[in-house]
Write a protein that binds this ligand. Structure first.
Ligand code: ATP
Length: 239
């Protein structure tokens, strides 16, 4: 595989603005995710990270600017067309159906493209889910729900995964497992954009990091520069 820097952009966001009703939330977001990369969006609460993901997915009220996926402009596309192009979103609230069991939750999203992972490959990535196949959504731990939420979008055939704070509220040992999963997904060839508050975790999975403030990307840090950028990061994130 060519070096990341020379790979084509799978997702290119330029001058992206977004609104919820009258509220103008994104003010010209610029970022790029190359084929096969894991890239994070870091930033304080309210910086616009989730809204950026929802904009890529076409599920915010109004957007302007450019969101190109595999070279095609998607800014005017409805969300179902964006999903069929091969982008999947795993929301922070996970969206597991509590009255359905693990298998039913897994089978729920439609296949949008050929090339999705089979259940066997999904269980190889998430052995717990096989053991819990007939457990209802309500019976799962937070970590199992998060694994299920990620597993569910792997069946669809999407190649760009938007993961919104997958580690939130989880114990350190589960966070480690999520990290291993993300590294495996990268090895499988998935491209991942990840919202994270926890930059120590982000450093273990990502190639690059974008920092957002007040609805804009204000910095980009290569992962191997993260350690050297700690002072700056503490300022950005207020931690
Ligand atoms: P967090 O980690 O808190 O989710 P974030 O960086 O993901 O932070 P967003 O959720 O994108 O931030 O929110 C950006 C801004 O948009 C915030 O000021 C937030 O209050 C506002 N906002 C988010 N969702 C809505 C909504 N549905 N309606 C109106 N305003 C919203």
């Amino acid at each position: 595989m060519p070096d990341a820097a020379t790979r084509p952009a799978m997702l290119r966001v330029a001058g992206l603005n977004a609104w919820y009703g009258e509220s103008h939330v994104l003010h010209g977001v610029d970022l790029e995710v190359r084929d096969g990369e894991v890239v994070t969006l870091l930033g304080r609460n309210g910086a616009g990270k989730t809204t950026t993901m929802k904009s890529v997915m076409g599920i915010v009220g109004r957007r302007s600017g450019s969101i190109a996926f595999e070279g095609q402009e998607t800014i005017s596309w409805p969300s179902n067309r964006i999903a069929r192009a091969g982008i999947a979103f795993c929301p922070e609230e996970r969206g597991i159906f509590s009255s359905l069991d693990v298998h039913e939750n897994l089978m729920l999203p439609p296949e949008v493209k050929p090339g999705g992972l089979s259940l066997e490959r999904i269980f190889a990535l998430f052995p717990n889910l096989r053991e819990r196949l007939r457990s209802q959504g309500t019976k799962l731990s937070g970590g199992e729900q998060q694994m299920l939420a990620i597993a569910r979008i792997l069946r669809t055939g999407a190649r760009l995964l938007l993961l919104d704070e997958p580690t939130e509220g989880l114990a350190p040992v589960i966070i480690q497992q999520i990290g291993e999963t993300i590294r495996s997904l990268k090895r499988e060839g998935f491209t991942i954009l990840l919202v994270e508050q926890n930059f120590r975790f982000a450093a273990t999975v990502a190639d690059r990091h974008y920092v957002m403030e007040h609805g804009r990307v204000v910095d980009m840090i290569e992962n191997d520069r993260l350690e050297a950028s700690m002072d700056k990061l503490h300022d950005y994130l207020g931690v």
